[in-house]
Design a protein around this ligand. Structure first.
Ligand SMILES: O=c1nc2n(C[C@H](O)[C@H](O)[C@H](O)CO)c3cc(O)ccc3cc-2c(=O)[nH]1
Length: 318
């Protein structure tokens, strides 16, 4: 069974760990969001690609959901001693090595997809991890601070500001000019099922779909497309998805996110048991809907969710 998963960071990575357990023989291609990427200290950092790679490769800081386990921050401290910022983004010593190797390979002319493949040679995530594009896309957020309208990099909004101010707009800068990375459209065309994990529907899956050609490829894949709600009980399970959903005029409910993706994309949608009352609304939008437990408390819970998503895919396959 060939599966394609559009994944962002922590939620997507944890779901993928469950999917691998639920379907150990599946051929899984992950199309990773690169809109969160940030250039720091002369290095290119790819948070969502690294979170998938580390989580599936066994190197993730489990409690944080991002960054490396057993991390130290000596380099970060030395940079601060030189007054070289920013200090608000926690790059650890082990993590720095990933960004040094990535930046070195990019500087030698390798595209991000080849770099990601090389990094995965070490981590062996057990999936094919493709960046959504080899071209630079950076999500910026329009905010108002002290009465002044500004655009800040997504990471500044997410990590430094902790999404404490309203987002007036979320813009994947460069998306219009970006091309799907090699293998992305082919993987979607050859897939038996496409899954939208409980990643952020705006800044993660939305950014991937903003790369010209990807949304169309998913819509025309002709195979079941099934998503899992990142919103449980009218609140994001983790992160601050409600803040960016508001920026695009989508209320933070399981049904609203399904309608945001639309029946043109989604064939099936899983909501949590607490949102069972949303089923009718989602089905009225032409999307088959079921309620199952959606809290990924451990790998077994994530595997159960993955099995439910695959079962729903078979149901809609008809
Ligand atoms: O809340 C934080 N998230 C941090 N993240 C998480 C990151 O902001 C999110 O994983 C994504 O961008 C959203 O999915 C990091 C991810 C990396 O790959 C590397 C470093 C960081 C550092 C931080 C951090 O200091 N604080």
């Amino acid at each position: 069974m060939r599966m394609v998963v559009l994944a962002g960071g922590i939620g997507g990575a944890r779901f993928l760990r469950g999917l691998k357990r639920a379907a150990p023989d599946a051929d899984i291609t992950v199309i990773g969001n690169t809109g969160d990427d940030i250039h720091l200290f002369g290095l290119k950092v790819c948070p969502d690609l690294d979170t998938v790679m580390y989580t599936l490769g066994g190197g993730i800081d489990e409690e944080q959901g991002w960054g490396r386990a057993d991390e130290t921050f000596t380099v970060k401290g030395e940079l601060a001693a030189y007054g070289v910022g920013p200090e608000w983004f926690g790059l650890g010593d082990r993590d720095f090595a990933t960004h040094i190797v990535r930046t070195q390979m990019l500087g030698a002319g390798y595209p991000l997809s080849a770099v990601t493949e090389a990094l995965c040679d070490r981590w062996r995530p057990g999936v094919r991890l493709l960046p959504m594009s080899d071209d630079r896309v950076e999500t910026h957020v329009a905010v108002e601070i002290g009465g002044e309208r500004r655009a800040v990099h997504f990471q500044e909004y997410w990590v430094k500001l902790r999404a404490s101010v309203d987002a007036h707009a979320v813009v994947p800068v460069g998306a219009e000019q970006a091309k799907p990375a090699p293998g992305v459209l082919e993987a979607i065309a050859e897939a038996d099922v496409v899954l939208f994990p409980p990643s952020n529907p705006v800044v993660s899956i939305g950014t991937i779909l903003a790369v010209p050609g990807i949304r169309e490829a998913v819509a025309e894949a002709g195979v079941p497309v099934v998503g899992l709600s990142p919103i449980v009980g009218n609140a994001p399970v983790r992160g601050m998805a409600d803040k960016v959903l508001a920026a695009v005029g989508v209320e933070a409910t399981a049904a609203a996110v399904a309608r945001h993706y639309g029946s043109g994309l989604l064939d099936g949608w899983l909501v949590d048991t607490v949102d069972a009352d949303a089923i009718a609304e989602v089905e009225a939008a032409g999307i088959r809907c079921r309620s199952v437990p959606l809290l990924m408390t451990d790998v077994d819970a994530a595997a159960a969710m993955a099995r439910e998503a695959l079962a729903l895919a078979e149901e809609v396959r008809g």
